[in-house]
Ligand binder design. Structure first.
Ligand SMILES: [Cu+2]
Length: 156
């Protein structure tokens, strides 16, 4: 029984050492491999640490994105702004209103669309621009798009 206690203690110490090595060296291959050969359980610890690393990166990526708000109006057959520029990861809010006629603001690639609004009404939509590229936004009311009620969202 005392031997088992000591063994458990050794395993715990080994796990802590593996954890510290991964933490200080950022998962340096040589060091983690040495630790793993002396303790098979170290592999699980290694995987956990790498998953935590990935999660941290994702959170940091979201935090670097800014929130950008644009106020657009629509009239037959044009938007007040036909080019919007944002950076990848930005949270984009479109505040849209109509100054004449019924219109909406639609961007298929990001599943973003306002309600159709009539003169004097407004609606807004928020989405995350999570892919780079040039995307067309448009008004989906009747033949407005065909009549040139379109614009470009540039995500860079
Ligand atoms: Cu329209």
């Amino acid at each position: 029984m005392p031997m088992k206690g000591i063994l458990t203690l050794v395993i715990i110490v080994a796990l802590v050492v593996v954890g510290v090595v991964i933490f200080t060296n950022g998962g340096d291959d040589t060091n983690t491999n040495n630790a793993n050969t002396s303790n098979a359980n170290g592999a699980t610890e290694d995987d956990d640490a790498m998953m935590e690393d990935k999660n941290t990166n994702e959170v940091m990526e979201e935090e670097t994105g800014e929130t950008k708000t644009f106020t657009l109006t629509g009239e037959p057959y044009t938007f007040s702004q036909d080019e919007i520029r944002v950076n990848v990861g930005d949270t984009v809010t479109i505040n849209f209103s109509s100054t004449e006629g019924n219109h909406d603001w639609v961007l298929d690639e990001f599943n973003a669309a306002t309600d159709e609004v009539s003169e004097g009404e407004s609606d807004s939509v928020t989405f995350v621009a999570d892919q780079a590229g040039t995307f067309e936004f448009y008004c989906s009311v009747e033949d407005h798009r065909a009549n040139g009620m379109v614009g470009t969202l540039i995500v860079e």
